[in-house]
Design a protein. Sequence first.
Length: 393
Amino acid sequence: MEFDVRYLDAQRQPALARVQAADASGVAAALGLPPTSLLDVVPAQAPARRRRAGRFPKRQFAQQLAVLLHAGIPLLEALQTLHSQDNPPAVAAALQGVIERIQLGESFSTALAAQPQAFDALFVAVVEASERSGQVEQALFEQASYLAWVEQLRSKLIAAAVYPVMLISAGTAVVLFLLLFVVPRFAGLLDGVGGDMPAASRWLIAIGSFSGAHPGALLLIAATLFVAPVLAWQRGLREALMSRLWKLPVIGPRLHLLSLAQLYRVLAMLLLAGVPIVPALLNARGVAAAHLRAALDRATETVRLGERLSQSLQREGLTTPVSLRMLRVGEHSGELGQMLSQAASFYDEELTRLSELVTRLINPVLMLIMGLVIGTVVVLMYLPIFQLVEQVQ
């Protein structure tokens, strides 16, 4: 497999190459370079990465900037190097804004905070804390690792949802085809059957007559039925559904573990960047799952009063037996951030199990529902015909 690679050459200057390797992890070895010298690795058959306008590639930015800093390149020069790439206009404008503020003497975190459309509060908080501790490079590596995990989580969830969406779309298309083209052709014949038809068949005739006379209205109704759930999802339906998913007997516990894993990763990233424990908890609240926030607020307050993090999280139900032991080890060894990171990694496999479980549960149910809907339309359409045949006999 071929990869297009951006890396730092022997003179520590950015360079481009096309490399043949079994996978992305073998690119560094194929070039004879340490992995930390790689800036970007893209499959050669894929087009150059293009981001949606307004969406800043934070993971790529953090990874590339960390590599440049690790190579000994000063921050301003590293940012100018990244700006010189072929960037979308929105990305180039954000980088230019950061560079200009640093040239005016502002700190890196302040320059990032001045670009809120590109860098969120969590990203800025990590950089600000790392500036005080002198660990900007390490903090950027941690940030890139966390964002890569988030992207992997999103991609797996999207992959699990592709088949259900395709199934619903195909079923809806079949139903619309029946209502627009098939049922109207039967409507004239079914009208002559008489008044002994089942009520459901009479409704079907009425729908068929309406769809044949007003196909645009039927398509408008179908579009409304599609858009309405999307709008409802954006205006509170998502929160309402999620609040109930946590209570389901099989899916709920796994979702809870994934939420804890995300919380642990954010806390680990902040602590490893040098953020004190209470500000780390406050910053982590913004990315924590909604059902965890009240408990996290109570835990933050008790930690502020001097209680151990492990005790506070345990009291509020924000630990598992495994994570609790790791937290206690981290508190005694002084490596709390590292232990939180390991606790999060321990539950990564739950994501795969959850996606498989959702696929096994939802896909058969959707197939059954769509089969029942289409089958009902067909049966109601042919039932009066069978009745007409019986009358003729």
